[in-house]
Write a protein that binds this ligand. Structure first.
Ligand code: THU
Length: 140
């Protein structure tokens, strides 16, 4: 993937971090999801007074993209930090990795983690979710 595209995705995730709704944890997360046809969808974590009702940024981004009719994805950039201050990488939780697995080729889908456009670490979904369970296990 083009380096400029990776930087654009990281920048986009950072630009939306302030939209995170995290009054309970104080931990803001933002994700920018790139479809295979070049569209970008955003998600932030959206917490709830009934804690389990909250949703992570990554799954919010997938829900937005799938709701708009997209099923094929190339990459996701994720950033996060306490009160929106990015101090280190923000790795996706296990549930979010599994949601990525539903729609993405584990060997090809890229997860971009970093603290800015000049600090982007790149992982395949396979690297972050090895030996995974997916649609093929259920014949799909
Ligand atoms: N969070 C995400 O949005 N994505 C992750 O992958 C990890 C955790 C959110 C959930 C919750 O609102 C806050 O970060 C603290 O767990």
């Amino acid at each position: 993937m083009d380096e400029q595209v990776k930087r654009m995705l990281m920048r986009s995730a950072m630009d939306h971090l302030g939209n995170a709704y995290a009054p309970y944890s104080g931990f803001f997360v933002s994700a920018a999801l790139l479809t295979e046809d070049g569209s970008v969808f955003y998600g932030v974590n959206c917490e709830n007074a009934s804690y389990p009702s909250g949703i992570c940024a990554e799954r919010a981004a997938f829900s937005a993209a799938v709701s708009a009719g997209h099923r094929r994805f190339a990459a996701i950039a994720i950033v996060g930090g306490k009160q929106g201050k990015i101090e280190g990488i923000c790795a996706p939780c296990g549930i979010c990795r599994q949601v990525m697995r539903e729609f993405c080729d584990p060997a090809a889908f890229l997860i971009l983690l970093g603290t800015g456009e000049d600090d982007i670490r790149e992982y395949t979904l396979d690297a972050l979710l090895p030996e995974s369970f997916g649609p093929a296990n259920l014949g799909r």
